[in-house]
Design a protein around this ligand. Sequence first.
Ligand SMILES: *[C@@H]1O[C@H](CO)[C@@H](O)[C@H](O)[C@H]1NC(C)=O
Ligand SMILES: *[C@@H]1O[C@H](CO)[C@@H](O)[C@H](O)[C@H]1NC(C)=O
Length: 495
Amino acid sequence: MDSKAQEQNWIFVAASAGTRRQSKIRHCLALAILSACTCFVLITKYYDNWQEGLFGAAPQNLDQFQKCSIKNFLDTGLPFLDSASPLPVAEFVERRNQLAEALVADGIDAFLVEPGYTFQYYANISQKDWEVWEPEERPFLMVVQPQSSAQGEISAATTFLAPSFEVERAKLLGMPFEEALAFVPWEEHWNPYETLMEAWHSNSLAGMSGQQGRAPKIMVDEEMRDFIQRGLGENGFDVIGLGGEVERVKQTKSVREIEIVRAVNTGTVEAVRAMRECMYPGLTENQVMNVLDNTLRAAGMEPFFDIVLFDEDASNPHGGTDGSKVLEAETFVLIDVGAHLYGYSSDICRTFFPPFFPKPSSPSEYAALSVDIREKLSVWDTVLEAQNQSMEFLKAGNSAASVDIAARKVITDAGYGEAFTHRVGHGIGIKAHESPYLNKGNLEVILRAGMTFTSEPGIYLVDKFGVRHEDILLVKDDGEPEVLSGIRAKGPWEP
Ligand SMILES: *[C@@H]1O[C@H](CO)[C@@H](O)[C@H](O)[C@H]1NC(C)=O
Ligand SMILES: *[C@@H]1O[C@H](CO)[C@@H](O)[C@H](O)[C@H]1NC(C)=O
C-alpha cells in the first residue's frame, strides 16, 4: 500500500469505528430511555397503590390526615371558585355614587367614615391597612358628598381629612379612585374638626355644598369612634348615626359581590366535606381545626375563625372549651368556619357523624341504634326543618323578624324552644356579621332583593350535644331565596 492508500484505509477504519461507536451510543440511549420509562410506569403504579392504601383507606396519623384532606379538596377541581374575581376600580366608583344618591334621598350633606369594614367597602382600605401598628388616635376620615352634574346626575365627591404628615402615605395606599385624591390636611397642633369645618365653609372640599346658615348635616358610620363623633359635634356639625338609605347601600349586594360570596361559602362547605372523609378516631378538636384551616388555605382561602366542637362541647354555640376533646365513633361533630376570599367572608356550619361511624342501612339497623343516637338524629332533622321554614320567609318585603319567628316555631313545637338560644341569622358580606340582623324583635327592617343572610338555627343540649346548620341565602325579588353555599346538608352522614 502506498502511503495515500494507507491513509485512506486509516480513515475508513476510524470512520467505521466512529459509526460503530455512534450506534452503540444510540443503543445505550434507547436502552436508558426504555428503562427510565419502565421505572416511571412502575413507580407511578406503585405510588398509586401506595396512595390508594394511604388515601383510600382511613389515614392513621396527622400527616396523612392533612394530605388526604387537601387532596380530596383539590381533586374537586375547585369549580366553585371560577365565577369569582377581584373587584375592579369601577365597582368602588359605583358604590360611592350609590352612596351619594342615598345621601340625597336621606337629606344628608356628607357621609364620614374611618378606616374599617365600611371604608373597605367604599375605598378598599381596612383598619389594619391604615392602622398597621395599633389603633390610631389621629383622625383620618373619608368624607363623601353628593354632587350634581349640569344634567342633574348625582355622583360622589370624596375628600380625605388627614394628618399633614400622613398625606403621602395615604396616597401610597392606591385607593380605587379614577380622579386624583383630594385632601384637607391638619397639622399636629390643630383641631382637625375645626379644620374640616373651615374647609367646609371656604368651599375647599371636593364637592362643596357650602350650605350657609345651617350646621352641615353629616352621617357617621357605625364604626366611627365616639371621640371623633363628639369632636365633630362640638365643632358645629349636626351628627347623625348610620341609617336610612345610606345603611342599605352596603346591605344590598352587587352581582360581583354575590359571586364572591357564593365562591367563598361554597368552597368552605366543600372543604369541610373533603376534610370529613379523612377523619379517624382519636383526633382532637384542635387537630381537626388545624387541618381544615390548611385545607382552606390550599385553595387560596384564608380562614379567620374555625370552631370545631365535639358532642357536649357544642352545647355552647361559640364553644369556649380548650379543643382537646377526642373524636369517637358516635361523636356529633359541629364545625362553624369562615374564610376570606377577595375581601369577602364565608360563615357556614355543619353537624355530622365521622365517616368511620357507618350509616344504618336497614330499618332493623336503625331500630338497634341507642337512644342517644336516635335523639341526635331527630334533633338534626328538627334543625333542618327550622332552616327550611326560615327560607320560606326569607323574601323581599318580609320583615327580618319573620324569618327568625318561622324557624323558632319549628324548634319550639318540637319541644326545644329553650335550647335555641340565639337569633336565626345575620347579613354577611365583607364582614361575616353585618346588619340587618334576623332576630324576632327586628320587625321594622324589611328585606330587599340582593341582601345576603345566614340562616343558622340550632339546638343546644347542655352536657349532651349541639346541632346547627348554617347556609348563605340571597333574597330574590320573588320566590325562594337562592342558596349561595352550594348544596345544603342532607343528613348527618351527608353534611
Ligand atoms: C383592594 O385591596 C386588595 C388587598 O389589599 C388588593 O389586592 C386589590 O387589588 C385592591 N383592589 C383595587 C381595585 O384596588
Ligand atoms: C328541607 O328541605 C330540603 C330541601 O328542599 C328537603 O330535602 C327536606 O326534606 C326538608 N326537610 C324537612 C324536614 O322538611
